[in-house]
Ligand binder design. Structure first.
Ligand SMILES: *[C@@H]1O[C@H](CO)[C@@H](O)[C@H](O)[C@H]1NC(C)=O
Ligand SMILES: *[C@@H]1O[C@H](CO)[C@@H](O)[C@H](O)[C@H]1NC(C)=O
Ligand SMILES: *[C@@H]1O[C@H](CO)[C@@H](O)[C@H](O)[C@H]1NC(C)=O
Ligand SMILES: *[C@@H]1O[C@H](CO)[C@@H](O)[C@H](O)[C@H]1NC(C)=O
Ligand SMILES: *[C@@H]1O[C@H](CO)[C@@H](O)[C@H](O)[C@H]1NC(C)=O
Length: 436
């Protein structure tokens, strides 16, 4: 039914009532049309979007056919442009920046946020970004100044990320650690800032000798240098020096360096003596031991050392012949016509006799002279005993018993010996009685 369809179309296109010369007032989300001419046919309206929104067109015209041209414009959310770039800072990348978006900047490595500054910006309703101040500053490292050291690189008021510093220690100090450090992005020097350690300078030099630290100029606390002398020379003094401290602060060498000198002690001459070790040279420090031949004894010290001044200390001893004192025999005397001497030499002999009324014990030989010889140890060959005549037999028994006691014989044994002795004497007595 084409007639009916046409009627509907006519109905739809028919402007309503008395405002038929106006375009319909459109409803626009986030905006509105405004016109001074009440949207009458042929008038132009301006699209005004709410803050933060933008129109697809700025104006619309109400046509004579009662429609808007372009077709009713709309307001869409507005966007900011790409955010401003901030020195030494970055933000999370994204594609769009609708009004109201808040972005946060972060400082690049080696930079830090300036204290009290907000790192965020917001897309405002006029499609501009809120103002952004300077956000980031270079990371600073603490001053790398070290005691007893200097920076060889020009020193600065402040030290920022990436800067390098080189160090040198004052005279008398040694650098411990790396001589070059760099300010890291986290504000720390890497490798760590070195320090200057006290050192000893070269140890004293000596003439005709050398030390083990040759070629070095700095010696750490506790270092030892050993000295040695040229061939044939003696080292006098301490063989080693140590880098040490006397005041707890400054370092020095532990003492005076030794000397190298030709020190020769004279060959010791000890008549009738011997020495060890058997050597042919007698340099400083040599220690000799002395002894004497048989029949002689040392007078002086048994050992002596060669001193730095070329003398022996204590002095070299001598060997003196061993002498015997006059032999002492109770109730005896010397038979020698020369009479008594003060001392007798080794191998010298004397003849002894007993005083009248005394005799030597009965040894089978009825001699009345006894010869004794002076021994190399200063004693005499066994000396005789002079006993009262007649007492000899008894004395001999007493001496015998005494000697058995002195031997340390057990008491039981001595007892039985005495029993035997008693029996023997009783038998002798019986025999004598029988004879009479
Ligand atoms: C617009 O319409 C209003 C009322 O609808 C009327 O008061 C006003 O006079 C009109 N203005 C113009 C310019 O026609
Ligand atoms: C946008 O708005 C802010 C705050 O309302 C204002 O300070 C700024 O000047 C405006 N920018 C422009 C380009 O109008
Ligand atoms: C270490 O040596 C310096 C320079 O010679 C001196 O000024 C300082 O007093 C010394 N320190 C001590 C503890 O003696
Ligand atoms: C040798 O060293 C010791 C210990 O270090 C020291 O006491 C002595 O004085 C030194 N002797 C000399 C001659 O320097
Ligand atoms: C003593 O005599 C012995 C043996 O006759 C002899 O070997 C020794 O050298 C002599 N001693 C002395 C000091 O004359």
């Amino acid at each position: 039914m084409p007639g009916q369809l046409l009627a509907v179309l006519v109905l739809l296109l028919q402007p309503l009532g008395t405002q038929e010369s106006q375009c319909p007032i459109p409803s626009i989300a986030h905006g509105q049309l405004s016109s001074a001419e009440n949207f009458t046919f042929g008038s132009t309206a301006t699209l005004q979007c709410d803050p933060g929104f933008v129109g697809t067109a700025s104006t619309a015209r109400c046509t004579h056919s009662g429609r808007w041209y372009p077709r009713v414009p709309s307001c869409t959310p507005g966007q900011c442009r790409h955010p401003p770039s901030v020195e030494f800072a970055d933000f999370q990348p994204r594609r769009e920046f609708p009004v109201g978006t808040t972005l946060s900047y972060s400082c690049r490595a080696g930079f830090s946020l300036i204290p009290g500054v907000s790192p965020t910006i917001t897309c405002l309703q006029n499609f501009t970004w809120s103002a952004v101040p300077r956000l980031c500053q270079k990371v600073q490292c603490p001053s790398p100044a070290i005691p007893h050291g200097t920076e060889t690189s020009p020193s600065r008021a402040e030290y920022t990320f990436g800067q390098q510093v080189e160090f040198q220690c004052d005279h008398g100090f040694m650098l411990r650690g790396s001589d070059r450090v760099q300010c890291s992005s986290d504000g720390i020097w890497r490798p760590p800032v070195p320090y200057c350690d006290r050192v000893c300078g070269p140890p004293p030099k000596i003439t005709n000798g050398q030390h083990s630290g040759m070629g070095f100029t700095q010696f750490t606390y506790g270092s030892e240098v050993k000295y040695s002398c040229a061939e044939g020379l003696s080292l006098i003094g301490n063989k080693s020096l140590y880098c040490t401290s006397e005041d707890g602060e400054n370092l020095t060498w532990s003492g005076r360096a030794p000397e190298c000198r030709a020190v020769r002690c004279p060959k010791p001459v000890v008549e009738r003596g011997r020495m060890s070790p058997q050597v042919f040279t007698f340099p400083y420090g040599l220690l000799l031991h002395f002894s004497c031949e048989e029949g002689f004894r040392l007078r002086g010290a048994a050992q002596s050392q060669c001193l730095a001044d070329g003398t022996w200390d204590p002095p070299v001893p001598t060997c003196q012949p061993v002498l015997c004192p006059p032999p002492q025999v109770p109730f005896g005397k010397l038979k020698s016509p020369l009479g008594e001497q003060r001392w007798y030499q080794t191998n010298e002999t004397v003849t002894l006799e007993c005083l009248p009324g005394y005799q030597f014990p009965d040894n089978g030989m009825m001699e009345n002279a006894w010869t004794a010889t002076c021994l190399p140890d200063g004693s005499w060959t066994p000396l005789p005993k002079c006993m009262k005549e007649g007492d000899a037999d008894v004395c001999q028994e007493v001496h015998y018993i005494k000697s058995t006691f002195e031997c340390g014989m057990p008491v039981e044994k001595v007892k039985s010996l005495l029993e035997i002795q008693k029996l023997f004497l009783e038998i002798k007595k019986l025999e004598m009685e029988l004879e009479n």
